[in-house]
Design a protein around this ligand. Structure first.
Ligand code: SF4
Length: 704
């Protein structure tokens, strides 16, 4: 622990890193944070934390923080520090000039899953009401958009089904494409507690993650499938369950659409979905697939299921990400594993507010609360409240924005807290798009990679300077409270981020005003049925609330789909396996997949600027001993990593965790730029990039 003096007072707030959403007490001396103490009453963490949250104040006062707004005519000009007034006027002027020249739909923006709900809400409102179009998307596009699509199609709600505490009731835990020990450490501890009590564990992952074997825990089955074959695997599990009569027929008859079920049943029984056939596709022995399916289906007492699925980006970031989400929901419905404690289908959200940014209407086709922009009644509701005519056509998704920017029809962007030049796939294409814009506004803490292409930089605030709310992976809305005043302004004239957005709207001619963040939440509650019962006052009383919270559920909702599905009858969807177009070739014979490490967060903008960051200072390439030997690579050697999209270099780490033919790296460091090599392929339904499958070659090299 880094001690900086005795605290004088404390502020209860929420960690701004991962989707666990741990509660913390920021202990203060004057206006400085001296310690972050996990909050014992935090319902997501019960007094625990991981190393990231424990030291989370470090970057907030880092010398790299940009304090003053800055503008420049061209991206080759030097930055000029200006007042907030000048920055806001200049932003509005350039946005309006672009619209006058290229049309109403030539501008748009991206919201951030790291910002509060209130900050996200006003950005999507700025775009819909002041820009006059629906060109708004969120960084969740590149992580969990298939979750939103897949769970809504099958169950009726774009969110996970359980509270974290539910895992303590699970008898079988199935983890698919997720590494909780590194990515969601506090929840991983809870999961480990249940596993030590005897719950069974199935892991479906190309790599032997920590939970495959760790002290006192050993997975009952690890199915190390080839990257890109998830859907074949889930169909084979379903094949075993149906062909062996392991479904919960009463549950299906009572709660599910029987026509859809029959079509799905007929599909999964096809020979192509048999374990023997799928073993050829996935590389996993048929007997292991059978045994895992039987174990998953066994956790049911005839009334209630106790098998829980937890999944991560190893599911969603594929060309069939949405299909796989629906495949898991099919499996859970068939075995009666939704609507009870200890069961469910649970997305492990990567960022602190992925759930919230999606809930707040950040998608180009949906208003807050997942209601389509073409729905007349919904649009009329927002038009009356916002006092403006709204567009009824969906706007551009992030990949569409980049394509249109390269084509020259999309000319200005407002990017809130997101480093797309580092985090989005196919970096060269993203850079070409950003470089072609007439006006790029970046709002962030640091001059990130994306800011290299910006004309206007608006300094943001850290979570310690914000008032608002985050929503974690279990739909839990928690308060974020100001521990210090905003540091983003010349001469101590900091500004709340929602106020920056409101002022741009006003400078563009649309009157958007709030006195406090709580008023924004009041508006969200007024216009969004699942938030109708949420307010800052209620959150202050209760600590946190899981949505939906309204007249039917005034205390919030711990478990979804109890007694029936939100959409009515549960919808089985036929999930044909379609192999990705990304294939290994003689030139690129290995498959690259990616993930996270415990001590770093995403592109590292915050963790790299935090004092505890002494463990991992570079991304490494994990490679199986056979593949390393074939290439004359020793542990620690510098290697080049090349795909058809680009090339980078990094250090090799030889690891038995890998299977032969598959390599793995993290994406935390800008120097490595792992996304230089990732492809342009994406999920068929949502355009979520296929980060998890890239055909590559690895060679020994001596230089960066
Ligand atoms: Fe909790 Fe995640 Fe923050 Fe760690 S990073 S303290 S697990 S919210």
């Amino acid at each position: 622990v880094i001690e900086m003096g005795q605290p004088e007072h404390s502020v209860i707030t929420t960690c701004a890193y991962c989707g666990v959403g741990c509660g913390f007490k920021a202990e203060m001396k004057g206006s400085e944070v001296v310690r972050m103490v996990p909050w014992k009453d935090g319902k997501a963490n019960h007094g625990h934390s991981c190393v990231k949250g424990r030291f989370a104040w470090g970057y907030a006062t880092h010398q790299d923080r940009v304090i003053s707004p800055m503008i420049r005519e061209k991206i080759t000009d030097p930055w000029r520090e200006v007042s907030w007034d000048e920055a806001i006027e200049y932003s509005a002027k350039r946005l309006k000039e672009v619209q006058e020249k290229y049309g109403r739909k030539s501008i748009g923006g991206i919201t951030s899953s790291r910002c509060t709900n209130e900050e996200v809400y006003v950005v999507q409102k700025l775009i819909r009401a002041a820009f006059g179009n629906n060109n708004v998307d969120t960084c969740a596009r590149v992580c969990h958009s298939p979750t939103g699509y897949g769970l809504k199609e099958t169950l009726g709600t774009s969110a996970g089904t359980q509270a974290f505490d539910s895992v303590l009731e699970a008898d079988v835990i199935m983890i698919i494409g997720s590494n909780p020990s590194d990515a969601h450490p506090v929840f991983a501890s809870q999961m480990k507690r249940r596993l030590r009590q005897g719950a069974k564990l199935i892991i479906i992952d190309p790599r032997a993650i920590e939970l495959v074997q760790t002290p006192h825990i050993r997975a009952d089955y690890h199915l190390p499938l080839k990257p890109g074959t998830n859907v074949a695997m889930v169909n084979a599990l379903a094949h075993v369950i149906v062909s062996e009569g392991l479904e919960q027929k009463d549950y299906i008859n009572e709660r599910c659409d029987l026509e859809a079920y029959e079509a799905w049943r007929e599909f999964v029984l096809r020979e192509e979905n048999s374990p023997e056939n799928v073993a050829e596709i996935t590389g996993v022995p048929a007997e292991d697939i059978r045994a895992a399916a039987r174990l998953y289906a066994s956790a049911h007492d005839g009334k209630e299921g106790r098998a829980a699925i937890y999944y991560g980006l190893g599911v969603t970031e594929h060309s069939q990400g949405s299909t796989m989400v629906m495949g898991m929901a099919n499996l859970a419905m068939a075995t009666g594993n939704i609507g009870f404690e200890g069961a469910g289908v649970n997305p492990m959200r990567g960022q602190n507010n992925v759930q919230g940014s999606c809930d707040m209407g950040s998608f180009p086709h949906e208003f807050p609360g997942y209601r389509h922009v073409s729905d007349d009644a919904t649009r009329s509701l927002f038009e009356q409240d916002w006092g403006v005519k709204l567009d009824n056509e969906p706007g551009l998704r992030i990949p569409g924005m980049f394509d249109a920017a390269v084509d020259g029809s999309y000319k200005a962007m407002y990017i809130q807290g997101e480093d797309v030049a580092q985090s989005d796939p196919n970096t060269h294409h993203v850079e070409a798009a950003l470089g072609n814009l007439d006006c790029l506004i970046v709002q962030d803490l640091f001059l990130n990679e994306t800011a290299r292409f910006a004309h206007i930089f608006l300094p943001g605030t850290s979570f310690l300077e914000k008032d608002g709310t985050f929503i974690n992976a279990e739909r839990r809305t928690s308060r974020v409270r100001k521990a210090m005043s905003p540091k983003n302004g010349p001469d101590g004239q900091g500004m709340d981020e929602w106020e920056i957005t409101c002022r741009i709207a006003r400078a563009m001619g649309y009157d958007m005003q709030y006195n406090e963040a709580s008023e924004i939440m009041d508006e969200i509650a007024r216009l969004t049925p699942s938030f109708a019962g949420i307010s800052f006052d209620k959150l202050d009383q209760k600590g946190s609330i899981q949505w939906p919270c309204n007249d039917e559920a005034p205390e919030g909702t711990v478990t979804m789909h109890v007694g029936g599905f939100v959409r009515g009858k549960g919808n089985f969807v036929v999930t044909e396996f379609v192999p990705t177009k990304e294939k290994v070739t003689r030139r690129f014979p290995l498959l690259l997949t990616t993930g996270r490490i415990l001590s770093q967060y995403n592109v590292g903008a915050q963790t790299r600027r935090t004092e505890n960051n002494v463990w991992h200072e570079e991304d490494v390439l994990e490679i199986h001993p056979h593949d390393a030997e074939e290439r004359n690579i020793a542990d620690g050697d510098l290697v080049s990593l090349e795909s058809r999209m680009g090339e980078t270099s990094l250090r090799a780490h030889i690891s038995e965790r890998m299977q032969p033919g598959v390599v793995y790296t993290t994406f935390h460091m800008p120097e490595t730029g792992a996304n230089v090599v990732t492809t342009e392929l994406s999920d068929w339904a949502t355009n979520c990039p296929e980060y998890k499958v890239t055909a590559v070659q690895v060679r020994h090299t001596n230089k960066r």
